[in-house]
Structure formats: C-alpha cells, structure tokens
Design a protein around this ligand. Structure first.
Ligand code: SF4
Ligand code: SF4
Length: 92
C-alpha cells in the first residue's frame, strides 16, 4: 500500500513509497541528484519527500530501489499522449 504524501490533497508529490516494501536503506536518497529526498529520522523507514517541486522525474530513485518500494507519479500534463490530428476523424 503506497503511503499518501502528508502534504495535503492540493500539493502534488511525485514520489510515493510502499512502506511495507521499504527497508530504509536510503539508496534512493543518495542517487537523487537534486536532493528531493531526505532520510527519515527513524531507522528503517522510508525517506521524506522534502522538496517535491524540484523533482526531474528522471526515475533514478525508482531504478536504485532494490525492493521496488517507490512509485513515480507524473503530473497530469506529463501523462498526455499525442496523437496525429488526422487519426481523430473528420469531425475536428
Ligand atoms: S525521480 Fe529523479 S529527481 Fe525525482 S526524486 Fe527520483 S531521483 Fe530525484
Ligand atoms: S531505495 Fe527503496 S528500500 Fe531503500 S530507502 Fe529508498 S525506497 Fe526504501
């Protein structure tokens, strides 16, 4: 089960942790080049998403995690899939 961000519904957080899978190794913290993540104060718990607005969505933290405990959530505008206009039919 992925933990909610704790920042409130109006604050988009790109990284979600599965607290049952995370072992608190902090490999994801170490690999993030823009220091989005900080280690938890409690040993063995998932890191804190300290600066969510700085995330590049590079996926390095996801790839570094050996327990598959991170889910990267892209903003809605990044999820848009472009299609050729001609493929939409003649109604446009
Ligand atoms: S996706 Fe990239 S920039 Fe964002 S937290 Fe993970 S490693 Fe850092
Ligand atoms: S790399 Fe994976 S297991 Fe290690 S702290 Fe990050 S989320 Fe948890």
């Amino acid at each position: 089960m992925y933990r909610e961000s704790g920042y409130g519904a109006d604050f988009f957080v790109p990284i979600q942790y599965d607290e049952k899978k995370c072992i608190g190794c902090n490999l994801c913290v170490d690999i993030c080049q823009v220091d989005v993540l900080l280690p938890s104060e409690r040993k063995g718990e998932n890191p804190i998403v300290a600066f969510p607005g700085e995330c590049w969505y590079c996926g390095s933290c996801v790839m570094a995690c050996k327990t598959d405990a991170i889910r990267l959530v892209h903003p809605l505008m990044n999820q848009v899939r472009w299609v050729e206009k001609d493929s939409l039919g003649s109604s446009l």
